[in-house]
Write a protein that binds this ligand. Structure first.
Ligand code: NAP
Length: 484
């Protein structure tokens, strides 16, 4: 299969925070990959902006190093890296001061798509929006890309939405959730709405329950100060797991268009039931040989922040009433894996004897590692001796099925940035969606904060607290094993 890369229009992309970790690790290596795929036209220019002093040559050298560090050797040719960094320039700009804005305004072209990526701390988002407007840097059709976190509760998200809305229309604002840029996440929509096979079964009548897991092996790393104020609920559930839940649960949109898709996701969030305390398990990792505990990682011995959360979420609408969605995410777990698992119900009546056992179909959508899908179907166990049934996988690992094309699948960030340039907001969160997600999250967090609940300790490298297993056991179900 030949991959089809459609070049985008010439653009000026300004990366505020162009020297930061995200820019070096994800944004610029991603743009380099789009450059080597032939998607960047001659007129594409990237301007790094931050407060430190650099000239263009120094900035190009910094980004060359970043590409050497973050793009595998066999995927970068030094001549291509040199040609790519020629597209880069640097302007010293202070988000909260007046330095550099005139120079930036002068650098922008009238005849290219304009995009401004806010890859800086969230406290600077408002200042950047205001100054882009004040110094007439941004045209009325310019786009801004806003990183996570988008607020830490409903009040702050509303305030941030209002600040951005004072200077930009909703159709200009691209709120990033990089989970939406993942190939498999989009495949979830293709599978649901591109086949007749699944949609008739995609409801409470046929689906027993859904499990959504995002498990990490790493701890909080260098993000301890930020993470300790946030925790798994704010950092992962309110955004990433919520988006996965929405795409799994939403009604078919009328078209694959930004507002049609986002309207359907919003309806799901609004149909989520409040979650009682008994349906939530919070955990915090303790130490293991050569691994520091969470409290040591964040240097706060009395921290009550959760590094793990598991919860049962119920949706009150016609499609899903009675089918629970179990969400689970955490750090320092025994495997790094993200997946959505649809557990179908058993057949209503078995014509086989009891020896045949009980069986149900399971569809697993793997986000990482090895993006792909696996459908377990029940067949007869081969051989003599009567009718015994066995579940076997119909496995489709994208890398096997699509060969070279799968190896060239864009990383979430590269895809999303190209969508910004194309002006396609389908994979970005709308303001009302983010607010609705916080409106559901806030009471859950304040309940445990008001009670002063401590998360349960779990061993680093385990599957989380034992109570998380009980959450499913008591409903007669089992989590899928955390394994890669
Ligand atoms: P970072 O490494 O601390 O970089 C911050 C960048 O902002 C630097 O380039 C810094 O350069 C610049 N900056 C700081 N103050 C500024 C000001 N007043 N005016 C202009 N530029 C300023 O942060 P990061 O990890 O790249 O994160 C950036 C954003 O992405 C944050 O919102 C973060 O939450 C989000 N994010 C990051 C990751 C990640 O993996 N890193 C993942 C998801 C989301 P100077 O100091 O030279 O100004």
């Amino acid at each position: 299969m030949v991959s089809r890369v459609i070049p985008v229009e010439p653009f000026d992309l300004v990366i505020f925070g162009g020297t930061g970790d995200l820019a070096r690790r994800k944004i610029l290596p991603g743009l380099f990959r789009r450059f080597t795929s032939g998607q960047m036209p001659e007129g594409a220019r990237i301007i790094g902006a931050a407060r430190s002093d650099h000239d263009d040559a120094e900035y190009r050298a910094t980004i060359t190093e970043a590409i050497e560090e973050f793009v595998p050797k066999d995927r970068r040719d030094p001549a291509e890296v040199a040609a790519f960094v020629e597209r880069l320039s640097y302007i010293k700009v202070d988000a909260t001061g007046e330095d550099g804005w005139k120079k930036l305004a002068k650098a922008m072209r009238d005849d290219a798509v304009q995009a401004f990526y806010f890859s800086v701390g969230p406290s600077l988002f408002g200042a950047l929006a205001e100054r882009l407007h004040l110094h007439k840097v941004a045209r009325p059709d310019a786009r801004i890309v806003v990183e996570k976190p988008f607020g830490r509760d409903l009040a702050s998200a509303k305030e941030l939405n209002a600040t951005l809305a004072a200077h930009f229309d909703e159709h200009q604002i691209y709120r990033i959730d990089h989970y939406l840029g993942k190939e498999t996440v989009q495949n979830l929509m293709a599978v649901r709405f591109g086949n007749v096979l699944f949609e008739p079964l995609w409801n409470a009548q046929y689906v027993d329950h859904v499990q959504i897991t995002v498990a990490e092996e790493v701890g909080v790393g260098g993000r301890g100060t930020y993470y300790d104020k946030s925790g798994a609920m704010r950092d992962m559930v309110q955004n990433h797991l919520m988006q996965l839940l929405c795409l799994t649960a939403m009604e078919p949109p009328t078209r694959f268009e930004p507002d049609a898709v986002r309207d359907e996701k919003l309806k799901v969030i609004r149909a989520l039931d409040p979650v009682p305390r008994s349906n939530i398990v919070r955990g915090q990792y303790s130490s293991a040989p050569r691994i520091k505990s969470y409290a040591d990682d964040v240097e706060n011995p009395d921290s009550r922040t959760e590094s793990f959360i598991a919860m049962r979420v119920d949706i009150s609408n016609w499609r899903w009433k009675g089918t629970p969605f179990y969400l689970r995410t955490g750090k320092r777990l025994k495997a790094r894996m993200s997946e959505i698992v649809i557990h179908f119900k058993e057949v209503p009546y078995s014509i086989f004897d009891e020896d045949a056992g009980r069986h149900a179909n399971v569809l697993t959508i793997r986000l990482q590692p090895d993006e792909g899908m696996d459908l377990r179907v029940t067949i007869k166990e081969p051989g003599p001796g009567g009718m015994r049934l066995v579940d076997v996988p119909l496995d489709m690992t994208f890398a096997d099925a699509l060969g070279e094309q799968a190896a060239d699948v864009p990383d979430a960030y590269e895809r999303l940035i190209m969508d910004v340039i194309r002006g396609n907001q389908t994979l970005f969160m709308r303001g009302d969606e983010v607010e609705a997600a916080w409106a559901w999250t806030d009471p859950i967090i304040s309940a445990w904060t008001d009670r002063g609940d401590r998360p349960l300790a779990y061993d680093a490298g385990s599957s989380g607290p034992a109570d998380a297993l009980m959450l499913l056991h008591r409903d007669g179900r089992r989590w899928r094993e955390l394994a890669t």
